[in-house]
Design a protein around this ligand. Structure first.
Ligand SMILES: NC(=O)c1ccc[n+]([C@@H]2O[C@H](COP(=O)([O-])OP(=O)(O)OC[C@H]3O[C@@H](n4cnc5c(N)ncnc54)[C@H](O)[C@@H]3O)[C@@H](O)[C@H]2O)c1
Ligand SMILES: N[C@@H](CCO)C(=O)O
Ligand code: NA
Length: 438
């Protein structure tokens, strides 16, 4: 007769959207999980800011710790699940304590992994403890698993996609309803998609955290968050979304990474920026808090991972999948390759790359302005494919001028715009949005 395996005993630090989602999922799907994990997964202890808060789940059966580091060191815990958030502070302290004590760590915290992932992976490898973070990138989509396992036999040429549910919710809702940015952001916050500080979402930082993690796994490089070039969506206006629509595009916040060979050696390009995406491109149909990641492998071809990128259920699903892997003893190097063997690739300069762009100006409505802009484009070496001026303003007011360029070096657009800097024909800085190739 066989003895049933001992349960995997977990502690949960952080009982917010995701923490409560994990407690619910582990209870609702306990039977399925035990069957697939080969043993039960049991919550033994929890910690958060406010013990008495009504969270809609009963935490009375679990031991309570005020101090998350003490939680991480408990003798009756095998794996700590960090769902607090923040790159440093109690999340990092409790994660370090868990790994140093030889316990497993599961986290949804992309900020922490982007900043301290190599240190934590080093601790995990030193004590042969599992460190897993599927929920940190693209919520419920198994994209870390997809790249660590599914494409592991490939050299990846490119990884890109929609990595922030809040921005995607804002952009696609504004597109559909014409609603105001601030109102839609408030809805995303109310629905639990946004970060505690939503500036991380709308400024592109959250997507950059995720991109740096994906690039590390996809290309076998050291995580280099500082090397990501970041632009968020705060400068995108409803008028840009309407103009893009008229041209046959939607606007999406896209993170992209690739490695290019240059005469100076390999260079890692990582950037997050709002892009025009042609209707017909797979990313154009990605709406609401959905995420999508495209990975191009030299043997697999183009793979598309798509699904819910945020929210309690999908994120809890990814956390629980990591726990099941740990319960099955399916562990490996956190970044697929041991930390010591990850490559350090310097960041690429994008200026020599070519692309088509949408450029939007707000200009004073007076004679000669268009000539000034087109002269700057000519002198910067930018070829204009189409140019649209919207309406007329009241006398002396502002109008929007949008153009689409032919494909050309990115550096030329920067050069042309530098020629316009300080011009009193312009009201504010122009907005440049690249057009994502099909
Ligand atoms: N919400 C999502 O859709 C989602 C998706 C993927 C990843 N994540 C990540 O999961 C983590 C948790 O996100 P969330 O949305 O559940 O956050 P949340 O704000 O809803 O919950 C955070 C929890 O941590 C506790 N906490 C925060 N700071 C604390 C402190 N200084 N001391 C003690 N307790 C503290 C809070 O009391 C709360 O219980 C974050 O790293 C986030 O980036 C969230
Ligand atoms: N704030 C994040 C949560 C999921 O990581 C988002 O909107 O995508
Ligand atoms: Na994921």
């Amino acid at each position: 007769m066989t003895t049933p395996s001992a349960p995997l005993r977990i502690a949960i630090a952080g009982l917010g959207t995701v923490g409560v989602g994990v407690i619910r999922l582990l209870a609702t799907n306990a039977g399925i999980i035990a069957a697939r994990a080969g043993r039960r997964i049991e919550v033994v202890a929890v910690s958060a800011r406010d013990r008495g808060k009504d969270r809609g789940v009963d935490i009375a059966p679990f031991a309570w710790e005020d101090d998350m580091t003490a939680l991480a060191r408990r003798d009756d815990v095998d794996v700590v699940v960090e769902l607090v958030g923040g790159s440093d502070g109690p999340a990092l302290a409790c994660s370090r304590a868990a790994l140093a004590a030889g316990k497993g760590l599961v986290t949804a915290n992309k900020a922490m992994i982007a900043h301290h992932g190599l240190e934590l992976a080093g601790l995990a490898e030193a004590s042969n403890a599992p460190l897993k973070f599927e929920a940190a990138v693209a919520g419920g989509i198994p994209v870390i698993k997809g790249l660590r396992e599914g494409t592991s036999a490939n050299a990846l040429t490119k990884v890109y996609g929609i990595l922030n549910g809040t921005c995607n919710y804002i952009l696609s809702t504004m597109e559909r309803t014409g609603a105001d940015f601030a109102a839609v952001l408030a809805e995303a916050q109310a629905r639990g998609f946004a970060e505690a500080d939503p500036a991380f979402d709308i400024e592109g930082v959250d997507a950059a955290h995720k991109l740096a993690i994906l690039a590390a796994i996809g290309f076998g490089t050291r995580v280099d968050f500082a090397g990501v070039r970041i632009a968020g969506i705060t400068r995108v206006r409803a008028a840009d979304i309407a103009q893009a629509d008229a041209l046959g595009f939607v606007i999406r916040l896209v993170g992209e990474a690739d490695v290019e060979e240059t005469p100076q050696g390999a260079r890692l390009l990582q950037r997050v920026r709002p892009c025009l995406v042609a209707r017909g491109h797979p990313l154009s149909a990605v709406d609401g808090p959905t995420n999508a990641v495209v990975a191009e492998g030299n043997f697999s071809g183009r793979l598309l991972f798509q699904g819910a990128g945020a929210g309690d259920g999908p994120t809890a699903s990814a956390v629980a999948a990591d726990l099941i892997d740990i319960a099955r003893d399916e562990v490996g190097a956190p970044f697929s390759i041991p930390v010591a063997n990850l490559a350090a690739i310097p960041p690429a300069e994008p200026g020599e790359r070519t692309e088509r762009s949408y450029i939007r100006f707000m200009v004073k409505d007076r004679p000669g302005v268009l000539a000034e802009i087109t002269a700057a484009m000519r002198d910067g070496g930018v070829s204009i494919e189409s140019l649209i001026q919207q309406g007329r303003s009241a006398e002396g007011g502002e109008v929007m001028v949008a153009m689409v360029t032919h494909e050309g070096p990115e550096a030329n657009v920067a050069r042309a715009l530098a020629l316009l800097e300080g011009s009193d024909s312009l009201a504010g800085d122009p907005l440049v949005l690249p057009i994502l190739p099909l």
